[in-house]
Every structure is written in C-alpha cells, then in structure tokens.
Design a binder for this molecule. Structure first.
Ligand code: PMP
Length: 285
C-alpha cells in the first residue's frame, strides 16, 4: 500500500514521478484537475468527475489525449496498484511542455497525471464540533474573467481567500461573488438550513458545481428534506439555523461559527448530522 502515480500511461512511485519545468501547468497554471475519493476501493461518482474534467478541458480549449473510457480505466488501475482502499485521487491534465510564453499552441504533449494517495484535510474533531470560518474580503473570480465552473490549475483566487482564513485562525473562508452574494468556500461548497429547508447558492452565483454538493441535493430528495438552489447573502448565513460545507476532500463538515458569530445555537445541527450520516452510507452503496 503506497501512493501510486500515473503519468501518460506509465506508473511511478512518489519519488520518481516527474514532469518538465517547461510545462505550462507549472508556468501558467494552464491545465485542469479533479479531486476524488475512493471508499472501499471504489471511486465515488467517478463518471461525474470524468465528465467535469472533460468539460473543464473543453472550456479552456485543451484536448485531453485519451478518451473518457481510457481515463476511467487509468484511474481505476492506478487505484488498484496503490492497494489503498480509502484514498484521495488527484487527476491533473496540464497543457504540456512548451516554449516560454503564454501561447498554448507552442506546447505539445499534454500531461495526464493521476495521483492516488491519502488526504486528511481537517482534523477529526472538526467533524464532531464544527468549523469556525470567516467571510474573506477576496471575492470569487468574476465568471467573465475565469469561470469558477472550470476546475483549472489556477487556484490563486481561492488560495488568497484561504490565506485570509488561516490568518484569522480559520481553516476555511467564505467567498462572495462580484455581486456580493455568497458563492462558495475556497475548496468547498456551502449549504445552510433555514426553517427545515436546505439552501445552497446556484451555479450562476459563480461556483464550482460540486459533485458532493449534487450528492447532498440528491440525498435531500431521498430524505424528503425540502432543498433549493437560492441566492444567498452573508445575512442569510448569519441568521441560518445550521451551516455545513461539502467537497470530495472535506466530505460533509459542519460550520458552527461565521465571522465570530454562532450559527443557530452554535452547535452542529440536526439536519447536518443526518446528512453527514446518510452521506457516509451513500459513499459505499
Ligand atoms: N468549490 C471549489 C472551489 C472546489 O475546489 C471544490 C473541490 N475541492 C468544491 C467546491 C467541491 O467540489 P466537489 O464536491 O466536486 O469536490
């Protein structure tokens, strides 16, 4: 059981996996990626991740050199070789090595990289006690500048907000959009519960359409919890009964405090607890 890395059809150990310093993924953040998890050896929502990867690539005019089926097989094979049952997978496609200069036409050979390793984003105690988060002053990228729907290798927008969070002693930070509405967190989508209703910002708020987010909306449907995608303001968050975040790495994590104000009674909410436990069952279905 050890991390496995696939690069363009070949498998490497962590130490031996290398790409060119001329790769535009490194030089300009020119590329796309996905983050996924396996549960008991099976990749959760693999088809949806593969679809989103190819859509992100299409949006930046990057042609992925292998088919979706070949990509699916490569991911499953890398997982198998790692021997890890519960792992985190980082799938990356870079524009490839090229000359110094932005021109993507001067690159060749996009690099398809699959890393299968472990991840622990947040300490276990935060899943029991809930996170304290802040609202960052860094707004999410304007969709007309770089659409947050593209999961690109250029994550500086999110990192700047993450730094604000860390400087305030918080592991996550809420990002508003250019209209001042709630968009998402730096690496997670956000939900609130208000009067028994589940609410999350719509994709046109300028967010990444999270696969965990969609799974939670699906679960809400199964559990008869009324849910909707609604425009949310910071005010809506501050007066919410409950709040939680979702992401492939984070899974479902409660939030109990925003900008030093307790959410609801300041404890992990009932609906949040229910969705956390139902999500645990869903991932191994
Ligand atoms: N928003 C952003 C900005 C993200 O990077 C991520 C993934 N880390 C998410 C939301 C959650 O998406 P998913 O549930 O598909 O992992």
């Amino acid at each position: 059981m050890s991390p496995q890395i696939y690069i363009n059809g070949k498998y490497y150990s962590k130490e031996d996996a290398k790409i060119s310093v001329y790769d535009h993924g490194l030089l300009y953040g020119d590329g796309v990626f996905e983050g996924m998890r396996t549960y008991s050896g099976k990749v959760f929502k693999l088809d949806q991740h593969i679809d989103r990867l190819y859509q992100s690539a299409r949006a930046i005019l990057l042609t992925i050199p292998i088919s979706k089926q070949e990509m699916t097989d490569a991911v499953n094979n890398t997982v198998k070789l790692s021997g890890l049952a519960d792992s985190y997978i980082r799938l990356v496609v870079t524009r490839g090595a090229g000359s110094l200069g932005l021109d993507p036409n001067r690159t060749s050979n996009p690099q398809v990289i699959i890393i299968v390793d472990l991840i622990a984003l947040y300490d276990r105690k935060f899943y029991e006690e809930g996170l304290k988060i802040i609202t960052a002053s860094t707004i999410r990228n304007h969709p007309a500048a770089l659409s947050p729907r593209i999961k690109s290798l250029n994550y500086l927008n999110n990192i700047m907000a993450k730094i604000e969070g860390l400087q305030a002693g918080c592991m996550e930070a809420i990002m508003l959009n250019h209209k001042g509405e709630v968009a998402e967190c730096t690496g997670d989508n956000i939900f609130i519960v208000k009067k028994g209703r589940l609410l999350t910002p719509p994709t046109d708020a300028g967010i990444l359409e999270g696969i965990t987010r969609n799974a939670i909306l699906e679960l809400a449907g199964e559990l008869n919890i009324p849910a909707s995608e609604s425009t949310l303001t910071r005010h809506d968050l501050l007066v919410a009964d409950e709040c939680f975040l979702t992401g492939s790495a984070a899974e479902v994590i409660p939030v109990v405090d925003i900008d030093s104000r307790p959410i609801g009674d300041g404890h992990v909410g009932q609906t949040t607890r229910l969705l956390m436990s139902e999500f645990k069952k869903m991932v191994t279905r």
